[in-house]
Design a protein around this ligand. Structure first.
Ligand code: SF4
Ligand code: SF4
Length: 263
C-alpha cells in the first residue's frame, strides 16, 4: 500500500513536472541564448566573470533586436552559455550536472537564464503556449496540468527583460557601429558594459516595491500582445499606475546614460 501511494505521488509529480524523468535534451541540444539580465544574474550571483561562462555566436538567422555588434563591420552576434564537450563527443551546457540513470540536472538552478526557465513555453497573443519545436518528450507537457496565472506572469517578466536587453543593445550598437572593423573579435567590452548597466538597473529595481512587480509584468505582457513594446511607445506611461511609470522612467534613465559606461 505504501509503495502504491509513493508510486502514485511520483507519477503525479512527473505529470506536473516532466523534467524530473527527462534526460535534459534542452540543455544539450540547444545553444542557450542569454540576455543581459541573465548574464548579470549569473555573474553577480556566483561572483564569477561573465567571460567564464559566456561565449558569442554569429547570427545565421534573421537579425533580432538582441544582436550586438563588436565593431563597425555590420556583423552581429548573440550571447550564449558556454558548452562543454563530453567524452562521447556531444556538447552540453557547462552548468549541466550528470546524475546516475543518464539524468542531467542544472548546477545553477536558481540562477538559470530565462531561456531555460521559460522552456518549452512562449507567449502567443499574451497567453502561454508550448513551442511546437520543443525538444521535450512528446506529450510531456499539458497546459491544463499547470498553474497558468504564475506561468503567464513569469513569461511577462521574461518578455520585459528581453525588451530591456533590446534597448541596451540598441544603445551599444549605435556607438560601436561607428568604430572601424577589427581583425580580432573581442566581446569583453560588451559584457563589461552589460555588467555596468545592469548594476544600475538593479538599483532601480530595488526602488520598486516587491508587491508591484506582478502588475508590471502583466501590463508588459498585455502591451506586447497588442504589438506595443512599452520602451518604444511615447504614451506607454499615460493613465498607468505610478510604479509602472516609475519603472519605465528608470529604465530609460539608466539605458539613456549607458554610453557613459562604455570602456
Ligand atoms: S527537454 Fe523539456 S522535459 Fe526535458 S528537461 Fe528540458 S524542459 Fe524538461
Ligand atoms: S543553465 Fe541549467 S537549465 Fe540552462 S541549459 Fe544550462 S544546465 Fe540546462
Amino acid at each position: 500500500m505504501v509503495g502504491l501511494i509513493n508510486r502514485k505521488s511520483e507519477v503525479e509529480e512527473t505529470r506536473q513536472n516532466p523534467c524530473i524523468t527527462c534526460s535534459g535534451h534542452c540543455c544539450s541540444r540547444n545553444l542557450i541564448n542569454v540576455c543581459g539580465y541573465d548574464a548579470w544574474l549569473i555573474a553577480r550571483g556566483l561572483s564569477i566573470k561573465p567571460t567564464d561562462f559566456l561565449a558569442f555566436a554569429q547570427l545565421e538567422e534573421e537579425e533580432t533586436p538582441y544582436n550586438f555588434q563588436i565593431d563597425g563591420s555590420g556583423r552581429s552576434y548573440y550571447l550564449v552559455l558556454n558548452m562543454n564537450e563530453q567524452p562521447d563527443g556531444s556538447r552540453r551546457c557547462m552548468f549541466g550536472i550528470s546524475l546516475p540513470r543518464h539524468q542531467l540536472r542544472c548546477g545553477i538552478y536558481n540562477l538559470r537564464p530565462i531561456a531555460c526557465r521559460a522552456y518549452p513555453f512562449v507567449l502567443e497573443g499574451g497567453e502561454p503556449a508550448i513551442k511546437p519545436w520543443a525538444l521535450c518528450p512528446q506529450g510531456a507537457w499539458d497546459l491544463n496540468d499547470l498553474d497558468i496565472l504564475p506561468l503567464r506572469e513569469e513569461l511577462g517578466k521574461f518578455q520585459m527583460e528581453f525588451c530591456i536587453y533590446g534597448l541596451v543593445v540598441t544603445h551599444w550598437n549605435k556607438e560601436v557601429s561607428k568604430q572601424p572593423p577589427r581583425k580580432k573579435l573581442d566581446f569583453r567590452p560588451f559584457v563589461h558594459f552589460l555588467m555596468e548597466v545592469y548594476d544600475r538597473l538593479q538599483e532601480a529595481r530595488e526602488r520598486i516595491p516587491q508587491a508591484n512587480w506582478p502588475g508590471i509584468w502583466n501590463r508588459w505582457r498585455r502591451s506586447m500582445a497588442r504589438g506595443i513594446n512599452p520602451l518604444w511607445s511615447e504614451d506607454a506611461g499615460l493613465n498607468q499606475p505610478p510604479s509602472w511609470k516609475e519603472w519605465l522612467g528608470e529604465i530609460q534613465g539608466v539605458v539613456g546614460n549607458a554610453v557613459d559606461y562604455m570602456g
